[in-house]
Design a protein around this ligand. Structure first.
Ligand SMILES: *Cc1c(COP(=O)(O)O)cnc(C)c1O
Length: 401
């Protein structure tokens, strides 16, 4: 029996089947490369779904973890935690925010944002004003609260009833959003670019107009930057390319360069809506993860990784555009920075499998959109290698001219 098959058989017996997994048993990573238990090497253009923005095992993140692991692993939020304070300072200095709440995942960050919006609204405007408008095809997480916020019925299927207080509108449609606002609305929550929904970029000026609507109706504007934040779209935060600032922003995925962390950032006066005893997280803001996040954010901004992501984003975009010109079955290439999607007019699942066999990791969202989210440290050579593999696969498809 192969080494892989042994693990796959054992997983079959004991791991809950929440993921339909590929038969790849991952054991090691370095930079843009991942190795499986058989020693096979992969070029990783999925990067843990936009988590490994600094590549696998970035030396500065590893060093911060190693040092902190031997000093203080965990400490209750009953006490002050220097690494948490330093990370909050860094995030506030580099964003619109005045305060940060730390947790452990994207869903938890969004839960915190939803709680803050409800609490602030109740205090300012009384009860009955608790509804949050979100977008169709959005993705905000897997908890009961965040599947209720997510504008995809298939995510909620089987877990009904969803929590009350959510309305979904087509993404990018300002008039639909305007008419969805009612006396019950307290906030609007959007991804600045939709990730799981198919790498959807809003029309120019949309988010700015949403900001104006929020101001007009005294609604909180929440940006879910769990996937698009931390340099993924070419700026530290995606909202910076839109000339708008949210009132609340959620982060997770790439914030600590691999290990799990989540954060909810808010500006005043909203940030003070969550006072002592209103919210919390045992592990949130622990010294280990905060030291990793500090190292990750410093490396991202100070070591030229963010800038490299911008250059490589344009380079990969050019290569994917060229493929679109070559193959009529490619409907669209879109995205920002190093978050790019290629929409096909058929299901992309087989392409993902073939790419894996040839040593390239990508994925496919909403059935037809191949998604490319390589580490921001990716090089031109690595992009050339990935695009050659993809071109080979596309040229041998029956749909190919
Ligand atoms: C991944 C993701 C989430 C959920 O994050 P978890 O850490 O899996 O809870 C929420 N929102 C967006 C936009 C995401 O991409």
């Amino acid at each position: 029996m192969s080494l892989s098959q042994n693990w796959i058989d054992r997983a079959e017996q004991c791991v809950m089947k929440t993921y339909g997994r590929y038969p790849l048993v991952a054991v090691r990573g370095e930079g843009c490369r991942l190795w499986d238990v058989e020693g096979k090497e992969y070029l990783d253009f999925l990067a843990g779904v936009a988590v490994n923005n600094l590549g696998h095992c970035h030396p500065k993140v590893v060093a911060a973890l190693q040092e902190q692991a031997g000093t203080l692993l965990h400490c209750s939020n009953f006490y002050q935690i220097p690494q948490q304070i330093e990370l909050a300072e860094w995030l506030c200095e580099h964003s619109f925010a005045n305060r940060v709440f730390f947790c452990n995942s994207g869903a938890e960050a969004n839960e915190a944002a939803l709680k803050l919006a409800r609490k602030y609204s109740k205090e300012q405007h009384g009860s009955g004003r608790f509804e949050v408008i979100t977008a169709q095809a959005s993705f905000h997480g897997r908890t009961i609260g965040t599947i209720s916020a997510t504008g995809q019925e298939k995510i909620r299927a089987g877990f009904e009833p969803a929590l009350p207080g959510f309305t979904y509108v087509p993404y990018g449609d300002l008039e639909a959003l305007r008419s969805a606002i009612s006396a019950r609305t307290c906030a609007i929550m959007l991804e600045p670019v939709q990730g799981e929904g198919g790498v959807n970029v809003p029309p120019p000026g949309y988010l700015k107009a949403v900001r104006a609507l929020c101001d007009e109706h005294a609604l909180l504007l929440i940006f879910d930057e769990v996937q698009v934040g931390c340099g993924r779209t070419g700026t530290l935060w995606a909202y910076q390319q839109e000339g708008v600032e949210p009132d609340v922003m959620t982060l997770a995925k790439a914030l600590a360069g691999g290990p799990p962390i989540g954060a909810m950032l808010a500006r005043q006066p909203f940030a003070d809506a969550l006072g002592p005893g209103t919210h919390g997280s045992t592990f949130g803001g622990n010294p280990l993860l905060c030291s990793a996040a500090l190292a990750a954010m410093h490396a991202l901004v100070e070591d030229g990784i963010l800038d490299n992501g911008v250059r490589m984003g344009a380079y990969l975009r050019g290569k994917l555009d060229a493929l679109r010109d070559k193959y009529t079955f490619i409907k669209d290439v879109r995205g920002r920075g190093l978050m790019l999607g290629m929409e096909l007019d058929f299901d992309g699942g087989d392409i993902v499998k073939q790419a894996m066999q040839q040593g390239l990791l990508i994925n496919c969202t909403v059935g037809k959109v191949l998604r490319f989210v390589p580490p921001l440290i990716v090089t031109e050579n690595e992009i050339d290698e990935a695009v050659t593999i993809l071109d080979d696969i596309l040229s041998s498809l029956p749909e190919s001219p």
